[in-house]
Design a protein around this ligand. Structure first.
Ligand code: RIB
Ligand code: CA
Length: 311
């Protein structure tokens, strides 16, 4: 029986690759894709999610528009990384498939209420606004969610959008606090692990050498997406963040981490959105998250390339 998941996302090239990985993997049943404002505004993230589904040959995938701004803070976007469209690097056809009429938050609530407890895993790849709004509006769903596996946060790697905070958490720290304090089993893919998943030339050429439209798109997105981080970090490639979430569902042994306490900074402007990860267990606070710190990068890219080849 395939594992039921809902992907919550702000596509973004790396989100797009994560969605492709999920749709290419028979172990997973994507019940729906819920879109949130993040890398680019909501109209673009909800368009981009449909572009990716059609690229994957899966126009049947229900795509929902969700929250267009964070709970309290103004929206911060990242066009400087992802380009004006959010999927710069290749021009793909306008989506033919429609958005669902239901709001993403209502879809999350209705789906979780309608299925047996523990049936659904949530996979947030962007700011946590949709998830937090659903939990606040329907607290009963917290006990229905099997696990939340999310990309966000940082500890040893420190922040990418401020010196202290990673983008997804920084955009909506109040939402992140609700999720991290929910008591729901959490698996966190922070920059500590995604910065070890670099898009080296050989790895990007492996996508291009698939000789398929999907392989070409992934290589083109990566060529575009990596320029910013390579210039900033002087690294051999850029971190391919969001596919780490889906890869964990498929091959958890690719990852290693610790079950620790992680709290979110929501008061200080200086450290707003920082994930205060008690990696050395000095706080005495109860562990609430499996916080990943390492991955087998070659194994990750082998899985990703093999699955992308199926589309
Ligand atoms: O900080 C990296 C995260 O921010 C990724 O999810 C990327 O897509 C952006 O949303
Ligand atoms: Ca993202």
């Amino acid at each position: 029986m395939a594992r039921k998941i809902i992907i919550d996302t702000d596509p973004g090239q790396d989100d797009a690759v994560a969605i492709l990985l999920a749709l290419a993997s028979p172990e997973l049943e994507v019940l729906g894709i819920t879109c949130v404002a993040g890398n680019v505004p909501l109209p673009l993230t909800s368009k981009n999610a449909r572009v990716v589904c059609e690229l994957a040959g899966r126009p049947d995938t229900p795509v929902f528009a969700g929250c267009e701004r964070p709970l309290e803070r103004p929206l911060v976007t990242a066009e400087h990384v992802h380009g004006k469209t959010g999927l710069d690097g290749i021009t793909l056809p306008e989506p033919g498939m429609p958005l669902q009429d239901t709001h993403a938050v209502d879809f999350l609530i209705e789906t979780l209420r309608s299925l047996p407890p523990g049936s659904v895993t949530l996979c947030p790849l962007g700011p946590l606004t949709n998830i937090a709004t659903a939990l606040t509006r329907a607290p009963d769903i917290a006990g229905k969610i099997a696990e939340i596996v999310l990309m966000g946060g940082a500890y040893f790697e420190v922040g990418n959008v401020t010196p202290a905070a990673e983008f997804n958490i920084h955009v909506d720290p109040q939402a992140a606090e609700i999720v991290f304090r929910s008591g729901i089993p959490l698996v966190v893919m922070p920059l500590d692990v995604t910065h070890k998943a670099l898009t080296t030339r050989a790895r990007v050429e492996a996508f291009r050498n698939l000789g398929t439209p999907v392989g070409h798109a992934v290589a083109s997105w990566t060529d575009f997406f990596e320029r910013f981080d390579m210039a900033k970090y002087g690294s051999e490639g850029a971190p391919l963040h969001d596919p780490c979430v889906i890869a964990y569902l498929l091959k958890p042994d690719l990852f290693a981490g610790r079950h620790i306490n992680v709290e979110i900074e929501t008061v200080s402007e200086l450290t707003m959105g920082m994930t205060v990860a008690d990696w050395w267990r000095v706080s005495g606070r109860a562990p609430n998250a499996m916080f990943m710190g390492d991955l087998d990068a070659d194994g990750f890219y082998a899985l990703l390339t093999e699955r992308i080849a199926r589309l």
